[in-house]
Design a binder for this molecule. Structure first.
Ligand SMILES: NC(=O)c1ccc[n+]([C@@H]2O[C@H](COP(=O)([O-])OP(=O)(O)OC[C@H]3O[C@@H](n4cnc5c(N)ncnc54)[C@H](O)[C@@H]3O)[C@@H](O)[C@H]2O)c1
Ligand SMILES: O=C(O)C(=O)C[C@]1(C(=O)O)C=C[C@@H](O)C=C1
Length: 292
């Protein structure tokens, strides 16, 4: 690498929203990329992404953009990825590395294997553990990944050079890099991300469909705000995540229902000791986790 020369030449981003856009802005802020080309579902999103400086230009034909790209990041809802992988597979160049930002890994890896076949080593799966309830290019931030974790789930076919390039790109965005297997990843995030989103959507939905919903929302305060921030997240994205990881999520949901049944039983019996026990263990775990 020449002094003053960005580490990456061309980066292609499919899905220039919160996750893809923040990756592009993070690399730009680090002076680590020459050009960012965006592909989107709608021209208006790409126009906004370009106006905001998230991308330098919109791509028109993958056949002209993939072969000389250093990294192709696919950061669309996960159900869109199989078709995108199939579209770009014929055009991978000798140095092209494909990665993704999807919240689930088992389904994404399976889709990549089906599309890339003998070239699967060029696909390095990843998941930034950073985000927000906001979406689209206007939600993208150059510092979204600063001090946050990115989980890479390497494949046996990934060589060290490709793995290191993907890790390096995320590190340049300010992230700390971790590794899990795709299976372990999906089991963990079913519990600590996918279930909480499902519960938050469920609570707000339960209130929103009541005839007197307004009464409840009028008086809902900071506890409700904290519990439900993530219910403002993108429905399509969360539909895809829940369906993609539904086996692990069903397991976590069953375990949570058992916990609720236990609390219901304690309430029914006016068993304050049991309630305090559960609340106490939860409080300590939450405080230790949050460092407070
Ligand atoms: N939001 C989060 O907190 C978060 C965190 C980590 C990972 N993720 C994952 O990152 C991915 C993107 O999420 P996001 O929050 O950036 O969503 P987003 O809605 O902000 O951005 C996604 C973008 O993809 C575009 N898109 C949809 N289908 C497309 C297609 N077929 N081709 C090209 N572009 C397409 C959309 O128009 C949108 O601009 C998802 O897979 C999600 O699971 C999200
Ligand atoms: O901060 C938020 O709004 C998020 O939901 C971020 C969050 C999560 O923590 O669950 C959501 C999905 C991801 O794949 C990673 C991170």
């Amino acid at each position: 690498m020449d002094a003053g020369q960005p580490e990456f030449g061309k980066i292609v981003v499919f899905g220039t929203g919160l996750i893809g856009g923040s990756f592009a802005l993070g690399l730009k802020a680090a002076g680590a990329v020459e050009e960012v080309v965006g592909f989107g579902r709608t021209p208006s999103t790409l126009r906004v992404a370009q106006e905001l400086g998230v991308i330098d230009r919109a791509g028109i034909n993958p056949a002209h953009e993939i072969g000389d790209a250093d990294i192709v990041l696919v950061a669309t809802p996960v159900a869109q990825m199989p078709e995108i992988f199939a579209r770009i597979a014929p055009y991978l160049g000798p140095n092209t590395i494909v990665t993704d930002g999807g919240s689930t890994k088992g389904d994404v890896v399976a889709a990549a294997r089906a599309a890339f076949r003998g070239h699967i080593g060029k696909f390095v799966p990843a998941h930034p553990i950073a985000g927000a309830e906001n979406s689209g290019p206007s939600a993208a931030r150059h510092d979204l990944y600063q001090g946050k974790k990115v989980v890479v789930t390497p494949l046996d076919e990934n060589n060290d050079e490709r793995l290191d390039r993907v890790k390096r790109a995320w590190a340049l965005c300010g992230a700390d890099i971790y590794e899990l297997t795709p299976e372990m990843h999906d089991r963990v995030f079913a519990a600590v991300s996918h279930l909480p989103h499902l519960l938050s959507f469920a609570l707000v939905h339960d209130l929103a469909v009541r005839d007197d919903a307004e009464l409840f929302f009028t008086f809902a305060a900071s506890g409700f705000r904290d519990f439900t921030r993530i219910a403002a997240s993108h429905p399509e994205m969360w539909r895809d995540i829940c369906l993609a990881n539904r086996q692990a999520l069903l397991g976590e949901l069953d375990s949570y229902r058992a916990q609720l049944d236990d609390l219901r039983d304690a309430l029914d019996k006016a068993d304050g000791e049991r309630l305090e026990d559960v609340f106490g263990i939860a409080r300590q775990a939450r405080r230790e986790w949050a460092g407070s």
